[in-house]
Ligand binder design. Structure first.
Ligand SMILES: NC(=O)c1ccc[n+]([C@@H]2O[C@H](COP(=O)([O-])OP(=O)(O)OC[C@H]3O[C@@H](n4cnc5c(N)ncnc54)[C@H](OP(=O)(O)O)[C@@H]3O)[C@@H](O)[C@H]2O)c1
Length: 251
């Protein structure tokens, strides 16, 4: 009998994180929902149970070292290892601020969750991931963090300017590359990849999902498709890539 795959998804109480929990749970993975708010996390666990998926909950605020340490302790006790870490939690601040005017506070807020938080969770979970025979770290990125796309007239993000959020996603992309190379060099069986879900109709950025949909946001199932494919892939050779459902995209 093959071992079950133990998967932690950060920011999984709603949006694409919730959809990932649902779809990967339906495929038989043992799901641990990370949620900064326990009540919201419990509500998500109940909603998943109503759809046939039994998930566990861990309180996890990616910007809070004590919360991360407690989550590691809980996972160590309950699971003993981790096979997949999906760094999905996010927030964007300062959406209409020009680069020439963006405040230090806005930059720090964006970096805190989307960059420092992602790294803090990843580093803390690495000892558990190292216990897996074949582990995957999947960082949910965005074309908003692609410098190639930002410089390509006609690309979906060419006209976008949310420098704090974009820079944090670019920085997380660089972390993805560097960690992937480090783990590859030491022959650790851990892949590290970044994924662009595309524009998806969640409530991201405080925009109601129906408004996001009117603006062209895709259904959440389409947004998570590439992540689900990577999480389910039996072969774990792919590392240091940035991709979406169309294939590899420019960093
Ligand atoms: N939606 C899009 O169009 C789009 C496009 C490209 C990339 N992405 C990326 O896709 C991923 C998922 O986006 P989404 O649209 O599903 O976002 P979302 O609906 O806004 O959900 C964000 C999740 O992150 C959680 N979160 C926020 N701050 C946190 C913290 N400090 N610690 C832990 N969790 C925290 C939220 O929890 P609370 O409920 O407690 O706030 C929520 O569960 C993100 O990485 C995003 O950057 C999204």
């Amino acid at each position: 009998m093959t071992e079950e795959t133990i998967t932690l998804i950060t920011g999984a109480n709603r949006g694409m994180g919730f959809e990932l929990a649902l779809e990967l749970g339906q495929k038989g993975q043992r799901i641990i929902i990370g949620a900064r708010n326990v009540k919201k996390g419990q509500a998500a666990v109940e909603k998943l149970a109503g759809q046939g998926v039994s998930a566990a909950l861990v309180q996890l605020d990616v910007t809070d070292q004590a919360s991360i340490a407690a989550a590691v302790k809980q996972l160590k006790q309950d699971c003993g290892r981790l096979d997949i870490l999906i760094n999905n939690a996010c927030a964007a601040f300062g959406s209409r601020t020009k680069p020439s005017k963006v405040s230090q506070d806005t930059l720090h807020q964006n970096m805190s969750i989307n960059y420092f938080g992602l790294i803090a969770v990843t580093q803390a979970m690495l000892p558990l991931l190292r216990k897996s025979a074949s582990a995957k770290i999947i960082n949910i990125s965005s074309m908003m963090g692609s410098m190639t796309a930002a410089l390509t007239p006609g690309s979906e993000v060419y006209k976008a300017s949310v420098v704090g959020y974009q820079a944090a996603k670019s920085a997380a992309n660089m972390f993805t590359i560097q960690l992937a190379k480090e783990l590859q060099q030491e022959k650790a069986m851990i892949s590290v990849n970044a994924i662009d879900p595309g524009m998806v109709a969640t409530t991201f950025g405080g925009v109601p999902a129906f408004v996001s949909k009117q603006m062209g946001g895709k259904p959440v199932a389409e947004g998570v498709a590439r992540t689900v494919a990577l999480a389910l892939a039996p072969d774990n050779a792919t590392t240091a890539t940035f991709s979406n459902t169309q294939g590899v995209v420019g960093w």
